[in-house]
Write a protein that binds this ligand. Structure first.
Ligand SMILES: Cc1cc2nc3c(=O)[nH]c(=O)nc-3n(C[C@H](O)[C@H](O)[C@H](O)COP(=O)(O)OP(=O)(O)OC[C@H]3O[C@@H](n4cnc5c(N)ncnc54)[C@H](O)[C@@H]3O)c2cc1C
Length: 502
């Protein structure tokens, strides 16, 4: 196979997750090919919300300043109301900057986001694209793969050799099927109608609508209403057995659903489309040198706005490991820890989203007590996004916050990660730098760990976890902590051993 056809990594699918994996991997200077069957960015958005942790991932690919410009921070959470519009439950929100160094919730128009992610890839000349090529066959040679594509335009077949293949090819992933067809299904399988609207500037009615998400927990017509920005809104409507599927996409039906809030004088329908919402996770995420991320690995009903966020977390968890393997600094089995860690984490979100779906479908108050807020103070039930611990993997198992996302601090007037973009960070408050021996320095260099001496804010966080030293991974999860030089030395050696485990 000639040089133009052979790559360290081939990413299948340039959806949002494929684009973030590529942006994270590219700075490691490995050869990357992206194969995408569509020539253009998908014009119809699916996701509209991401969280503060995801903005931190965008920061770690150097694109947060652009993405901030096309996104709207949201401060009022998500309100679940009953059939009489009485609030049952609120997903909490905060006006202040959240612990990730960014606002906790953002709304956006997906094609704008994807454009920035794709443009970001033009920064790297080690990334090649084959747009308009459809992956049709994978030959797994154990230590690499031969991929065959055809072109939607010429039907010409081409082959490529990939040392590693990452399937970011969405819900019908061919890469995932090649790894294994086994799936765990949590039972949510429903058709919902999604209507996106462009709001007219002079609409008084639209101005009166809330700028937060409302979940109508009404079994007569379960529904979600969302505000994307001042000119875009979305309705998601459950399709009921009584609905006539032939008429459901007709304007008459769409406006009859929207009529309590808006009329054609207020907005124009950008698109209406039926989606099937699932709650599934693939049992195997890796086989030999093939691995999956995003919707090819898991799908969640969108009630929490977290499906794509989970895909971005996969990307952030996967890229630093794969880079280490390709650079010969870690063993292939490091990717098994990616699977273990991410599966447990994403499951908590899928289960919670499924429970939200049950509440929206039934309006049953008993579900709030059971699943969300057992303290259930009168009319003030609320919940927050979970902060799951990772499954077993590359971290020192123990009590939280070990294996959890760490906060991002201000350091010298900048956000902490800016000084160590997508690298390990060792925060210390015990004059560690002066005690380091030659071997320690070598190890820090080898694993590319940046040491940062704690400022006041970091010191007070270290105090809350009873430590003087904290080791944070490139994806910003907490690897472990220590109290003095000797414990730190053990911590670093345990990390090295974990990376090298056969
Ligand atoms: C109505 C709705 C609302 C949602 N809202 C939210 C939200 O607010 N927040 C959130 O976090 N999540 C949300 N989600 C979930 C989110 O949209 C998905 O999780 C996300 O789009 C998955 O991204 P992905 O890159 O993994 O897959 P995709 O976006 O599906 O991208 C896969 C890419 O692979 C390409 N591809 C597939 N097969 C091949 C092949 N054989 N060869 C070459 N290319 C191929 C496709 O063309 C596509 O570009 C929502 C989902 C729905 C349906």
């Amino acid at each position: 196979m000639d040089e133009n056809r052979s790559f360290d990594v081939i990413i299948i699918g340039l959806g949002p997750v494929g684009a973030v994996v590529a942006n994270l991997l590219a700075p490691f200077n490995i050869s990357i090919l992206i194969i995408e069957k569509n020539k253009m960015i998908h014009p119809t958005p699916r996701a509209i919300h991401f969280d503060g942790e995801v903005m931190r991932i965008f920061q770690n690919i150097g694109l947060s300043s652009y993405i901030k410009k096309i996104s709207r921070p949201s401060f009022q959470g998500m309100h679940f109301v009953d059939k009489n519009n009485k609030t049952l439950l609120v997903r909490k929100a905060n006006k202040d900057i959240g612990d990730q160094g960014w606002h906790n919730n953002w709304y956006f128009f997906q094609p704008d986001l994807e454009k920035i992610l794709r443009n970001g890839l033009n920064r790297f000349n080690n990334v090649s694209f084959r747009l308009g090529e459809n992956l049709i066959k994978i030959k797994d040679l154990k230590n690499n793969c031969i991929l065959t594509t055809n072109s939607a335009f010429s039907n010409k077949k081409k082959s490529y050799l990939g040392k590693w293949v990452i399937g970011c090819d969405g819900a019908n992933s061919l890469v995932s099927k090649k790894i294994s067809k086994k799936v765990t299904d949590f039972g949510f399988d429903e058709k919902w109608l999604v209507i996106d609207l462009n709001i007219k500037k002079n609409s008084v009615r639209a101005k009166k609508l809330p700028n937060y998400t409302v979940q109508h927990c009404n079994p007569m017509r379960p529904m979600t209403r969302c505000c994307i920005n001042s000119s875009k809104r979305r309705w998601e409507i459950k399709i009921l057995p009584k609905d006539d599927l032939k008429k459901i996409l007709q304007k008459k039906f769409l406006w009859s659903i929207l009529s309590p809030w808006l009329t054609p004088d207020d907005a124009e329908i950008e698109r209406a489309q039926i989606y099937t919402f699932h709650s599934i996770i693939k049992n195997k995420w890796r086989k030999n040198n093939m691995v999956i991320a995003g919707d090819s690995a898991h799908q969640s009903p969108p009630f929490l706005g977290q499906g794509l966020c989970a895909g971005f977390r996969d990307a952030s968890s996967l890229a630093w490991r794969l880079a280490k393997i390709i650079k010969g600094r870690a063993d292939n089995t490091l990717l098994d820890s990616y699977t273990n860690e991410r599966k447990k984490h994403v499951l908590e979100f899928i289960k919670l989203a499924t429970r939200c779906g049950q509440l929206i479908n039934t309006g049953k108050k008993s579900l709030i007590n059971k699943y969300f807020d057992s303290s259930l103070k009168k009319n003030k039930a609320s919940f927050n996004y979970p902060k799951p611990q990772l499954g077993k993997g590359i971290w020192e198992y123990g009590k939280t916050p070990l294996g959890q996302i760490t906060p991002q601090f201000l350091f010298r007037k900048r956000l902490l990660d800016e000084g160590a973009i997508y690298k390990f960070i060792l925060l210390e408050n015990c004059n560690l730098k002066n005690n380091l021996q030659y071997q320690d320095k070598k190890l820090l260099e080898e694993i590319e760990i940046k040491i940062i001496s704690a400022n006041k804010e970091i010191k007070s966080w270290l105090k809350t976890i009873n430590a003087n030293v904290a080791l944070i991974r490139p994806d910003r999860y907490l690897y472990g902590f220590a109290n003095d030089y000797s414990e730190t030395n053990k911590l670093l050696n345990s990390l090295r051993e974990k990376l090298e485990t056969k």
